[in-house]
Design a protein around this ligand. Structure first.
Ligand code: SAH
Length: 338
């Protein structure tokens, strides 16, 4: 519930509206049980416990990287579905990578998250509670959020927007919109809408190819939207929001990583307010794709930068616990162990 919805809820159950503020504050400080909210009378705590809940995700399992402090969580949500979230420590602060759906229906050829299709959309509460649960478990504040876990956030647009509003609410987590990044595989109509609804939130677009033929081969969504249209909408986005777009490009050996592809990509992005983030593909056991060698990734980056395109190669965290980008999945084994 948003703050306003919570206020209405208290009025509806015949309580004072200001109770909403007390509950909202404590919930985002990590309270998971109404009995922790001592400002409320015992009677009210009992009444609330009987009808409502402060949490919507439950921790099933946790893995901690031995090298860099990254923690990967397996949470369960109503219906018995499992979702994954990752806590990462960066120099600029703690970052949460969160899921927007249980499963995914986008079917990218190299990705582990969508192998079983979509199970269901997450509610705004479930999206937000991943962050609260990780703060509770780590005892640390999370200041940055990337919606780059399982799922296609723009395929669950309304709940995503509500979650972003909740993240930002100063009475709760109070996370700056500029510290939040949403990653999409490129659902055009939603990119347009997002420019209007959330112009301060960072947008990342998964491109992964420099031409339609290659893109269609690895990303089914490319059959619905041509790159030309996608890039035109991205240009509109940058002029409307004056915000730089990040293009994610996972380098797959022999598929999309030729230096010609780099040159073609540079020509297509020329003059755009953007940044290319190269991600050496993380190997997924069931798939034949392999990531490009580090040296080759550097050559690819050099072509882009020689043509004036800003580019970085993503640093990998948590690769010892399969928490690296694109490896979040709901494997049988994990569910069984859980
Ligand atoms: N649905 C959103 C968020 C998904 S995950 C999107 O498509 O953008 C975030 C990024 O990880 C996307 O760019 C996705 O294409 C990429 N990714 C998926 N599997 C990967 C893998 N095995 N190795 C590297 N990147 C991967």
């Amino acid at each position: 519930m948003t703050y306003d919805q919570l206020c209405s809820y208290f009025v509806e159950i015949g309580e004072k509206k200001f109770r909403a503020g007390q509950v909202f504050k404590k919930m985002y400080q990590g309270a998971s049980d109404f009995n922790e909210i001592t400002e409320l009378s015992a009677k009210l705590r009992e009444k609330l416990s009987a009808t409502a809940s402060l949490t919507s995700v439950e921790m099933l399992r946790k893995q901690e990287s031995a090298t860099d402090g990254t923690r990967k969580y397996l949470f369960s949500v109503a219906g018995g579905y499992a979702i994954e979230s990752v806590f990462m420590k960066y120099k600029y602060g703690n970052t949460a990578c969160i899921s927007s759906q249980a499963g995914c229906r986008m079917g990218c050829a190299f990705c582990a998250s969508g192998m079983d299709g979509l199970q269901r959309d997450l509610t705004a509460g479930e999206i937000v509670d991943q962050v609260v649960a990780m703060e509770r478990d780590t005892g640390e504040r999370i200041g940055h959020i990337v919606v780059m876990g399982t799922g296609e956030p723009f395929d669950n647009y309304d709940e995503l927007i509500r979650a972003l509003q909740l993240f930002h609410d100063e009475r709760g987590l109070n996370i700056g919109l500029r510290n939040i990044t949403v990653s999409t595989c490129g659902l055009l109509p939603k990119i347009k809408q997002f420019a209007q609804d959330m112009p301060q939130v960072n947008l990342a677009v998964s491109l992964h190819a420099a031409d339609d033929e290659t893109r269609r081969k690895i990303m089914p969504v490319a059959r619905a939207y041509e790159m030309k249209e996608l890039l035109a909408v991205c240009r509109e986005y940058t002029s409307a929001t004056r915000r730089r777009i990040t293009f994610e490009y996972s380098l797959i050996s022999g598929e999309n990583d030729s230096l010609e592809a780099a040159a073609l990509l540079a020509s297509k992005l020329k003059g755009m307010l953007c940044h290319v983030n190269l991600i050496p593909l993380n190997h997924v056991e069931e798939k034949s794709y392999r990531g490009s060698a580090r040296r080759h990734a550097e050559d690819f980056a050099a072509v882009l930068s020689s043509k004036g395109i800003e580019v970085t190669i993503r640093r990998e965290l948590g690769s010892d616990i399969s928490a690296a980008c694109g490896q979040l999945r709901l494997s049988e084994k994990q569910n069984r162990n859980a």
